[in-house]
Design a protein around this ligand. Structure first.
Ligand SMILES: [Zn+2]
Ligand SMILES: [Zn+2]
Length: 401
């Protein structure tokens, strides 16, 4: 296999789709097609999915297979549904185990075959399908920081010489070591881009679980800005918390700019909440579980509120990372609710240290060997803001965030 045939096939496919690739996307795709394992930690919104969506198209154009198939292991049904749609937009035939009829799945027409770790691991039918694939380009393990916990990999390790493309936005250093060990990725090409995005100011505040005053700045924002407000996402830990926050905002406001999004939200209501992220509709504040955002690209979120703390540092990075994907100055604030202590030891330490040292450095030290603070300090985090004496715009403002 030659580099030139890859480059030619890739440019022809990209030209046809009117797309271009970032350097890491191209490097990952190339290595994967050349049967090398790849472990890519790339931030949310980077375009990780595009790497495997293009894989069957480029492999076919290179003439490597008659009908190229890429198998995708994905932990979340909602995410798979979204990915199947996205792939179809690119003209890639994508199917999801259990969603299409077995006849269709076994027809050999699928170029991308999505399934949960349980399906690939526990169902003999799908295991047989997997081992009978002669045109298998490789196996993608999406959201690998979640998937690896399924110990699904003996299935794939039995497929000789099948390259693995492991993707994640937020595996911390410790999880990465585990993933590499469990997936036998010691010789993999490792691609890494720090999730520490300096356009997001990080806030941390302890609040009481009884008063909702901490959300009053959102009420003011909506009253002042109305439809010109950039979208705000409020992530809650439980459906009960979603209900409380939603009702509070609704009671304070007499308009319909607030919506709810969780696993039990009905499809029309989901569309209402999703519309502002594509620049339509009139919902501006989404009160949601972490289900909102998985696999979706929201470029224009100005504020993310973590109402209650996720149980691990990956969760914090995932949720805060949904702010400011368009590069605009944005905010992510963590509200630590006193009574809630359902977090792991790293998060506990983070919440403690965030009061006495740079929160950004503490958070990203789990992901980066050498994380940096932001300058000026008031744009970095709550702690650096308190210490900052630059007196530029925003420096002396009180700290609702
Ligand atoms: Zn800081
Ligand atoms: Zn300052």
């Amino acid at each position: 296999m030659k580099d030139t045939s890859f480059s030619r096939a890739l440019s022809s496919v990209l030209h046809g789709l009117n797309l271009s690739l970032k350097q890491q996307q191209e490097a990952a795709l190339k290595a994967f097609l050349f049967k090398k394992d790849v472990f890519a930690t790339l931030p949310t919104g980077f375009g990780k999915s595009l790497i495997y969506q293009l894989a069957p198209l480029v492999a076919k154009t290179m003439g490597l297979y008659t009908n190229s198939v890429v198998v995708v292991v994905s932990p979340l049904v909602a995410l798979m549904e979204q990915q199947v749609k996205e792939a179809s937009k690119l003209g890639v035939t994508a199917m999801q185990l259990g969603e299409q009829s077995d006849k269709e799945i076994f027809s050999g027409k699928a170029q991308l075959l999505f399934g949960s770790p349980e399906a690939w691991l526990l169902n003999d039918k799908w295991r047989r399908l997997l081992s009978s694939q002669t045109d298998l380009v490789g196996v993608v393990v999406d959201e690998v920081h979640l998937t690896y916990k399924w110990y699904v990999f003996p299935v794939f390790n039995s497929l000789n010489c099948t390259p693995v493309l492991a993707l994640t936005a937020s595996a911390d250093l410790e999880s990465r070591t585990k993933v590499i060990r469990l997936l036998f990725l010691e010789n993999a090409m490792v691609l890494m881009e720090s999730p520490n995005r300096l356009n997001i100011r990080l806030g941390l505040h302890r609040i009481s679980g009884t008063s909702m005053d901490s959300l009053n700045w959102i009420v003011e924002e909506i009253k002042n800005k109305g439809l010109s407000l950039s979208p705000i996402i409020i992530y809650c830990r439980t459906l009960k918390a979603i209900g409380r926050v939603f009702c509070y905002l609704k009671a304070e406001l007499e308009n319909t700019l607030v919506g709810m999004y969780h696993s039990q939200t009905l499809p029309p209501n989901k569309s209402y909440v999703l519309s502002p992220f594509s620049g339509e509709g009139n919902c501006r504040v989404a009160v949601a579980t972490t289900a909102l955002g998985m696999g979706l690209n929201f470029p224009n979120v100005s504020h993310v509120v973590l109402y209650g703390v996720p149980e691990d540092v990956e969760g914090i990075v995932q949720e805060t990372g949904r702010a400011g994907r368009n590069g605009a100055q944005s905010h992510a604030v963590i509200y630590c609710i006193k009574q809630h202590t359902n977090v792991d030891h790293k998060v506990k330490a983070l919440l403690k240290s965030g009061q006495t040292t740079c929160l950004r450095k503490s958070l990203y030290s789990h992901f980066d060997k050498d994380p940096v603070s932001n300058v000026p300090g008031h744009l970095c985090c709550t702690y650096c803001h308190l210490k900052c004496v630059c007196h530029q715009d925003g420096c002396n403002e009180p700290l609702p965030l």
